[in-house]
Write a protein that binds this ligand. Structure first.
Ligand code: ATP
Length: 243
């Protein structure tokens, strides 16, 4: 489903956020991307969501070369994607229902169908009873679950999450992980960028590790312990965790 071949990303100011990164992710996989702060995790997700473009190399999603997706086609490309942000990015002047409905409204889905799908998504994240509330009155964990409902309401084949548990305690993080595992069991390909080694260990899935923009490890479908030991051994990541 995803194929990166020698992908590099240089931001203005000559900074190489990704250097010669190559990997494949098959349809239906769940993969964690980890590494120290500034390692390039967010940049990798930004390339996949076409917020940024590669400077060199080739990035394919479903056989589509992302460098060839023209700007006006980007919204169509994103219809197959769900994106979960760390800071939720909810619209504060819209209700929970309206926030979740947004991707469907933008895609021109019929109103009755929107109602059905929004309620199914809210049910999935356990927030059916909060649809009329505004984000400001929700807890951090609830806001993140609204963000997840919004990301999956249009049934994307690929779900990208950037530090989805960054602001949450261990119990809420575990609940979110269970949600992602559940989506994955239902066939969604899931990529999660995170520093959270505990979460990675609990999931026991494949881990891609970045260091200063380079892909330094790819565990394959690793047993949880191996993945954890690998990540815990990275001094840059340890420094971030202990900070
Ligand atoms: N728009 C930009 N312009 C210039 N440099 C950028 C830009 N975005 C990111 N960078 C730099 O690229 C590098 C990689 O950033 P990125 O956000 O991908 O890292 P990250 O691994 O997600 O870090 P964190 O865990 O702190 O979020 C960093 O050094 C960052 O400062």
């Amino acid at each position: 489903m995803i194929e990166f071949s020698h992908v590099s990303k240089r931001y203005p100011g000559e900074y190489d956020a990704l250097r010669d990164v190559s990997f494949r992710v098959e349809r239906g996989e769940m993969v964690f991307i980890t590494g120290h702060s500034g390692a390039g995790k967010t940049t990798l997700l930004k390339l996949l969501s076409l917020i940024e473009r590669p400077t060199r190399g080739q990035a394919l999603v479903n056989g589509k070369n992302l460098s060839r997706v023209t700007t006006w086609r980007i919204p169509y490309y994103r219809r197959h994607l769900g994106i979960v942000f760390q800071n939720y990015k909810l619209l504060s002047d819209r209700t929970v229902y309206d926030n979740v409905a947004l991707p469907l409204v933008v895609s021109g889905v019929e109103e009755r169908e929107i109602g059905k799908r929004v309620r199914a998504a809210l049910d999935k994240v356990g927030l059916l009873d909060k649809e009329r509330l505004y984000p400001v009155v929700l807890s951090g964990g609830e806001q993140q679950r609204v963000g997840i409902a919004r990301a999956i309401v249009h049934k994307p084949a690929l779900l990208l999450a950037d530090e989805p548990t960054g602001n949450l305690d261990a119990m809420l993080s575990d609940e979110l992980l269970d949600l992602f595992l559940d989506f994955n069991r239902h066939g969604v390909t899931v990529l999660i960028a995170t520093h959270d080694l505990r979460l990675i260990g609990r999931a026991g899935r494949r881990v891609l590790m970045l260091r200063r923009g380079e892909l330094v490890e790819d565990t394959g479908p690793a047993p949880p312990l191996a993945a954890l030991q690998l990540a815990a051994g990275d001094p840059l990541l340890r420094a971030k965790r202990d900070a």
